[in-house]
Design a protein around this ligand. Structure first.
Ligand SMILES: [Zn+2]
Ligand SMILES: [Zn+2]
Length: 212
């Protein structure tokens, strides 16, 4: 049985990174996944829906996923969660310098995510899936009742995450996709870090990077 989870996808910033706001319409409690860029726009969407932010989460600490973290965490006062293996990159501007860019300093997470330990943010709950390969501490957020996974830069519609950036590893990425993401039910909606929403079933069937 699916349970409603209201999801807003906001492609933001220089590489159109998808920030997601996932809210429980019954309680108006919300979680922000990857506060990518443009805090005023993001905070405007929260205000417009009268949603209360209960957590700000990172799938991974690349600069394009955390550009608005400082402002959004300060404005919402919500706990900020990331995987501990992402801390070196988070403290290093998310690797923005490699791209000749600058992002505001990212705050230290006050919540270190542990795979297997669910995120409970008010009435919104996610399982934390460990899916390294694009980065060493990449996680995905899975809402079993709503049948949706927020997969960051691991699996895209007809694509996979790049592994040529520091800490990337192709074999590890493929293992994460095949053993963790593709193990989810085929009807699961995939909300990726870039590009269009897809499903586990259609990627299992049509993704050219996953052809056997
Ligand atoms: Zn990335
Ligand atoms: Zn990205």
């Amino acid at each position: 049985m699916t349970q409603p989870l209201q999801i807003v996808q906001l492609p933001l910033g220089p590489v159109q990174t998808n920030c997601y706001i996932a809210a429980d319409p019954a309680t108006r409690e919300a979680v922000i996944i990857d506060p990518a860029w443009d805090a005023p726009r993001l905070l405007g969407v929260l205000a417009e829906h009268e949603w209360q932010t209960r957590a700000v989460l990172l799938t991974h600490a690349h600069f394009d996923h955390l550009g608005a973290a400082a402002e959004v965490v300060a404005a919402t006062g919500a706990p900020f969660g990331a995987h501990p293996l992402e801390l070196p990159m988070l403290r290093n501007g998310g690797g923005a310098a490699l791209f000749g860019l600058n992002v505001p300093d990212c705050p230290e997470p006050d919540w270190l995510l542990e795979p297997g330990q669910p995120v409970i943010a008010g009435s919104v709950r996610f399982d934390v899936l460990f899916v390294p390969g694009h980065t060493p501490g990449h996680v995905a957020f899975y809402h079993a009742a709503a049948q949706v996974v927020f997969s960051g830069d691991v699996l895209f519609q007809q694509g996979i995450g790049r592994t040529d950036l520091p800490g990337g590893d192709y074999a590890t990425l493929m293992g994460s996709i095949r053993e963790v993401l593709l193990a989810l039910p085929p009807e699961t909606t995939v909300c990726p870090g870039h590009g269009s929403v897809t499903t586990i079933g259609s990627e299992r069937r049509d993704n050219p990077f996953l052809a056997d």
